[in-house]
Design a protein around this ligand. Structure first.
Ligand SMILES: *Cc1c(COP(=O)(O)O)cnc(C)c1O
Length: 400
């Protein structure tokens, strides 16, 4: 049994005293909600963390921006995660307030000075990412002896569904110079990169590691850490990624082939640890042919179903023997861009008042919600259901 909280994107939680069922179907039958309900699966996230930690041949940092919900962070902690990749002082404060013993790493290459100072002085943060001489100067001024410095390397545009190559990272020649300048000031010196989110190609990590190795050789200084970033993929309809073991194998092989075994190895997964851990139950408020007007959309938890064009697994929450048809969704706001093309396969008789469960929304779902147009209320509840989709390598090893 559990309880439910309704809250806006920007307001605090509100709890009900009512004890609720732990299955999505029973819960929705009881609540008959007109607002979206986020169904958290703590056991699924705990299991994903355990799977990743067991498979990855190094240390695992959770990328907090992917989903900073405290229940999510607690589930990952139970799964063995002890290190957190934070990008803002807000994330640093949140993690420190929850886990006195967590290792917090400040992995945003552009940080306000006050955030650096507070992280260093008050929250025990020691490792900081940089990709420019200006950021290095800032870090040397605002921190002291014992600091770890990690140079973020730019990568050529790769095959990930979310390209992250345009904004951060030092070009190889600059990275060489930064490593040389930083070395005398760093208790721990590292190189990091990010291959892009939802990266389906294990070889992308191998190519990035080879580039990192060439930068390290060229710099000619001792480097202590290689951080291969995030990007580890999950399953979506029509997308079954290679098993997690293939990605970890490609990384381990590339580390060996490039003679980097002496370095500590880190990864910063976000999506892979939490995507399967949350579904959102929507209600159909209107049907127009093959278009369903639902109560959440691109300004809510379904941002990735809009312009980025992600398809999510869906399920009608009642029995129907009707054949499946391809539907598009409209979100509740008045913006016509609030449309999700899908297609989402649902029984032909789906109608106003029906509930639809949308899976794989634990990553970049709740964390991207806005209060636009007053549609910010959503429930959050914990359930014990299996996820709608399973990603190879993350099969449940422990009963929920
Ligand atoms: C967003 C981000 C991550 C997590 O990426 P996923 O694709 O969700 O695994 C890791 N590291 C950095 C620096 C990021 O910006």
């Amino acid at each position: 049994m559990t309880d439910i909280r309704f809250r806006g994107a920007v307001s605090g939680p509100r709890r009900t005293a009512e004890k609720l069922p732990r299955s999505v179907d029973a819960l929705i039958a009881r609540l008959r909600p007109e607002e979206p309900v986020h169904c958290l699966r703590p056991a699924v996230m705990e299991n994903a963390a355990r799977s990743f930690l067991a498979a990855f041949p190094g240390e695992t940092l959770y990328a907090v921006k992917c989903n900073p919900e405290p229940a999510v962070l607690r589930a990952l902690w139970r799964g063995g995660v002890r290190r957190f990749d934070c990008a803002s002082i807000g994330e640093v404060r949140l993690v420190r307030s929850m886990f006195a013993d967590a290792a917090i790493h400040f992995m945003h290459p552009v940080k306000p000075r006050g955030a650096i100072r507070e992280a260093w002085q008050r929250h025990g943060v020691r490792d900081f990412v940089l990709d420019s001489a200006e950021e290095l100067a800032k870090l040397l001024e605002e921190t002291g002896e014992g600091r770890g410095l990690v140079v973020r390397l730019a990568l050529p545009k790769g095959g990930a569904m979310y390209d992250l190559s345009g904004k951060f990272g030092a070009q190889p020649a600059n990275a060489v110079a930064l490593l040389r300048t930083a070395r005398p000031h760093a208790a721990m010196l590292g190189v990091s990169f990010h291959v892009g989110s939802q990266c389906l190609e294990p070889a992308a990590y191998a190519r990035a590691i080879a580039l990192a190795a060439s930068v390290i050789r060229e710099a000619g200084v001792a480097v202590d850490l290689l951080d291969v970033g995030g990007g580890f993929p999950v399953a979506y309809p029509d997308i079954v990624p290679a098993p997690l073991a293939d990605f970890c194998g490609a990384i381990a092989d590339a580390v060996k082939a490039n003679r980097l075994q002496g370095l500590a190895l880190w990864a910063e997964p976000g999506r892979a640890l939490v995507a399967a851990g949350t579904s959102v139950v929507l209600q159909v408020q209107h049907r127009r042919g093959l278009e369903l007007f639902v109560n959440d959309g691109v300004y809510g938890a379904l941002s990735d179903a809009g312009a980025p064009g992600f398809r999510f697994p869906v399920r009608l929450l009642r029995d129907s023997s009707a054949t499946e048809l391809p539907f598009a969704f409209f979100g509740p706001t008045c913006d016509s861009a609030d449309r999700m093309a899908g297609p989402f396969l649902l029984p032909a008789d789906v109608a106003e008042g029906d509930w639809i469960e949308v899976g794989q929304l634990g990553a970049y779902g709740a964390s991207l919600r806005t209060a636009f147009n007053g549609f910010d209320k959503a429930g959050i509840v914990e359930v014990a259901d299996a996820p709608l989709l399973m990603t190879p390598g993350y099969e449940m090893t422990k009963a929920a």
